[in-house]
Structure formats: structure tokens, C-alpha cells
Design a protein around this ligand. Sequence first.
Ligand SMILES: NC(=O)c1ccc[n+]([C@@H]2O[C@H](COP(=O)([O-])OP(=O)(O)OC[C@H]3O[C@@H](n4cnc5c(N)ncnc54)[C@H](O)[C@@H]3O)[C@@H](O)[C@H]2O)c1
Length: 354
Amino acid sequence: MQHINLNNKTILVTGSAGFIGANLVKRLLADTQQSVIVGIDNMNNYYDVSLKQERIDQLKDDRRFVFIKGDIADKDIIDTLFRQYRPAVVVNLAAQAGVRYSITNPDAYIQSNLIGFYNILEACRHSYDNGMNGVEHLVYASSSSVYGSNSKVPYSTDDKVDNPVSLYAATKKSNELLAHAYSKLYNIPSTGLRFFTVYGPAGRPDMAYFGFTDKLVAGKTIQIFNYGNCRRDFTYVDDIVEGVVRIMQGAPEKQTGEDGLPLPPYNVYNIGNSHPENLLDFVTILQEELIRAGVLPSDYDFEAHKELVPMQPGDVPVTYADTSALERDYGFKPSTSLRNGLRAFAEWYAKRKD
Ligand SMILES: NC(=O)c1ccc[n+]([C@@H]2O[C@H](COP(=O)([O-])OP(=O)(O)OC[C@H]3O[C@@H](n4cnc5c(N)ncnc54)[C@H](O)[C@@H]3O)[C@@H](O)[C@H]2O)c1
């Protein structure tokens, strides 16, 4: 492992107005000294843009944060950004997320997740031109969805992941393949992170816990897929950020193979809670925490607002992370309980409503 000191560095975070990106930038601003954090986000309207704006507003007073509104699928923007700021560490979080949306809106996934990621890889490659120091570590978001309908749990990074069941998953697996080729060809130290269902305050409104809350508040009915027989490895956003920050500081070592060519400095890790929860238990805890935070009245009739429905295309029945490699290499394992995590979400939601 090559240690990277994050102080006095320029760090690029793509998708910096996003849920995970904004939390990461906040943490980097707090933890690093004399570093400049460059963020880029196209502020697209896949979900409520005001939430993205609120996240950026919280960061923009720190003069070490530079925000660029732009699209990573635009090669000129990315090339100019790399030439101007010469980031030493790059964290690519910008992507079109969501499994279901990829069924009706495939273009967004090809643009952001494939063309956009390719532009980042090319920019990393050319960061070493003319003997420049260039990018020391490229960290990028993959997803637990690459495990598709694998039946062996917990999911391990040693498992075969060649059977994606959504276009979203296919683009994330493609990112890992592209990163491997670029690591091998151009000796770019890269680490892919397979995140498992991330949740928390100011999270994504398209995700179940947030969507359920909006619906319950509006007196609408929530739909629980696969009749509730789903298990998800819910991971609290602070745990994800902790994992990302640790991983940023430890890049895969550059080594030479027997053929005299570089061995790819390439790794992929799971970051998940490693404790899957049944969807119905999850809904029960969410209900309790929404009442506790005053989002819903204590006599709310949940049974009248719940509908059990079949599985949706692209969904998988269980996600469960094997995090032993993360523990071995970075000494870290997510540990926030669903109760504590949903409490923080419910309290944030209550404040936002006021
Ligand atoms: N949240 C999860 O549960 C989860 C799970 C697995 C993987 N991931 C991955 O983690 C990353 C961050 O996810 P998130 O939950 O913060 O999602 P998010 O949608 O909140 O954040 C992504 C951000 O990227 C921006 N973006 C999208 N396309 C862009 C483009 N072409 N150019 C510039 N900006 C663009 C969006 O505006 C958004 O602000 C994504 O790559 C996602 O696929 C998330």
C-alpha cells in the first residue's frame, strides 16, 4: 500500500453536490490542512435540485472549496479542469444512480457513467504527460448492484460478477473493467468501491427510506416490494465517508511484473454494513424514528398506508457485504446501527420541514 498524505494536496471530487460527494467534501475540508478540494457537479434534476443546492451552500463558505458546475461527460471541461488544477487525488462519485430509472432513461447512464468515467480515466492518463507527477490515486464509486442475482452471500470481491440485472449495474461493472485496463496500461493507481445502500440525513429522495417518508407524510400508501422479503445491507453515510477517506490515503502499490511491464495497481473493495436487514424490520424502525422525531404523529395508522407488492425488474432479493478485505487492508468496518442512522435521518427531515 502506498501511503498518501492528503494535506497540501489538490483533491478532485466529482458529484460533489450529491449525497455522498457533499458529505465527503465536508469531511475533507475539516480533516485536511492547506488542501484544495475541487468539486464538479452538473446539478441535474434527477431529484430535487434544491437539495443539491443546499448541500453546496453548506460548503461554499470555505475558501479551500472550488465548485465547478459542469458535466463530466464533456471532455473539454474535464481536460481544462485537470490542466488548471492538477489534482493529486481524484474521487469519482458523479454518476447517474438508481436501478429503476435506468430502465426508462438509459441515455443518462451511458453519458455520465461510461463517457464521463472514460473522460476521467483519460485525464488521469494524461496527468503524467511530460514527466509530471500526476494523479497518485483514482478512487471511484462502483456499486453492490454488480453482484446482480448472485445467490452466494455475503458478497465477496472474489466472486464472479458477470451477470448484471440492470443497465446501471452494467455501467458500474464496466467502470471496474475500464479502470483495470487503464491501471495496467498507464500505471494509474485505482481503487473501486462497491457501496451498499447508503442512507442518512440529506440523502437521496429516490431511495426507499426517503421516498417512504415523503409518502407517509403526504398520507399516501407506500409499496413494499417482494412482499417485504428483501434484505438490504444499509450503510450509514458517515461510515461510507470514513471508508472513502481511509482508502484515499492508501493506494495500490505500483509494481513491475516478470514481463517487465507494470502490474496493474488496481483494487476493488466492498463498503457495506455487513449486517443485512429485512425490509419490514427496516420500515418498522423508520416508522418509530419518524414518530420520535415528530415527523409523524404518534397515532399514525401505518397499516392503512402499507401495500405489499411483487418484486420489480432490476431488483435483487438480498445485498450483503463481505468487508473482510476492507478490514484487513484499512482497519475499518462500518458499524452504525440502522436505529441510530435512521434517527439522524428523521431528525434532519423534521428540521427541514420546519
Ligand atoms: N447511495 C447509494 O446507495 C449508492 C450505492 C452504490 C453506489 N453508489 C454510487 O455512489 C456515487 C454517489 O452516489 P450518491 O448516492 O451520492 O448519488 P447522488 O445522485 O446524490 O450524487 C451523484 C451526483 O453526481 C452528479 N452527476 C451525475 N451525472 C453527472 C455528470 N455527468 N457530470 C457531473 N455531475 C454529475 C449529480 O448531479 C449528483 O449530484 C454514485 O456513483 C452512485 O452510483 C451510491
